[in-house]
Design a protein around this ligand. Sequence first.
Ligand code: SF4
Length: 439
Amino acid sequence: MNYLTKSLYMSGQQCPRILWFSSRNQLPELSLYDQHKFAQGRELEKYVKKLFPDGTDLGNLEHGENIKETQNLISKSKTIFEASMVYKNLFFKGDILECSSDGWNLYEIKASTEVKKEHIPDLAFQKFVCEKSGINIKKCFIKYINKEYIKRNSIDPIDLVLKEDVTEKVNQVKNVEENSEEYIRIIEQGNPPEILISKNCNNPYVCPLKKACWGNLPEYHVLQLTDWRKYWELFEDGILDIKDIPKNVKLSLKDQLIKKAVDENKILITKDKISDFLKDLQYPLYYFDFETFDTAIPIFNQSKPYQKIPFQYSLHIQDENNKVNHLDFLAQGEKDPRPSLLRKLKNEIGKTGDIIVYHKSFEIGILKDLARDFPENKDWIENMIDRIIDLEEPFKKLYYYHPKQKGKTSLKVVLPAITGKDYSEDNRDRYLFYFKKLG
Ligand code: SF4
């Protein structure tokens, strides 16, 4: 018999094709980044469980034993972590089943900083299975992360974790049985369902099968345009190739340029605009870039959940004679890298001259956090922020556009388009390497 687990049910909510592959364990392997995200969720669970000191954890029990012990503990009115329940061929292992004076409550733990609409069907499925198994659910809650929490010495789960009552929203979901029957039928069919790509490919999660499904699109397809309403409209009208967009279709100015670059297969350069951008630059120029990592549970004092902690920077200083000097910082050891980073940066960043970054909101956000968390550095950090120039701007405004950018302006696409060199995943690897050392 094929079981429909909670995670398969959630796959089915996004796309029947993900469900089919997932039920056969045929989804591509998780990236290191996704593995890190899941590990963050498990880390949070440890803190949430501390809020239920009387709970019994069944997480280590094997499937059949867990189901039996869940029934045993329910009969004794005990709160259970990782309780498993089966109804016909529907199965779930839930985060917390709480026995309160009012009855049974379900809690789902999410390592997000807000309650999202995709959390609701997850609880609706659990509630359905519970109730069909004779356990009446009074309330449903999401436990999630307080993004304003600031670590001071040890982690305090009472302040770290927030709770939202989503009972009403869960009660409004009426189609669990119908969906489940449909999903079981899909799992049992011999071939994967053929599904047209849609907004669901990125929503609520970037689909792990996207590379394969989207790989069949033309090289320059309409989903590379910048106006998403227009591109889905074109796509749904069966216009897939940018070259096939009829002349009478009104496109935004940016999308007209993207189409022109594709139609004429040439790089578009607006030299006077680029000259204007360059002529105002104040020397010496500081080419600056942070590398960061973030964790759901803050590691260092004076930091928040998911705060980007800089552990490396790269600084190239170019004088008016085009002489370039390279300086950098890489954190050593396991302690908070920010104080030593700030000491070095303060010495190396001069008081005048433009600071060139790529995608300025990233660097500015980190500098603002540093000024807030280490206020003795506020003045010189603010001076740095005032001098920031975003090198992405000319690309965002399409003063330079290479068809190979395929509508994007991130460094990952601009660098290979201009230089022909590959932009490897080095940055991500460095970040993960550092995170692993922190353990
Ligand atoms: S890429 Fe889109 S169509 Fe393909 S499986 Fe994923 S969600 Fe479904």
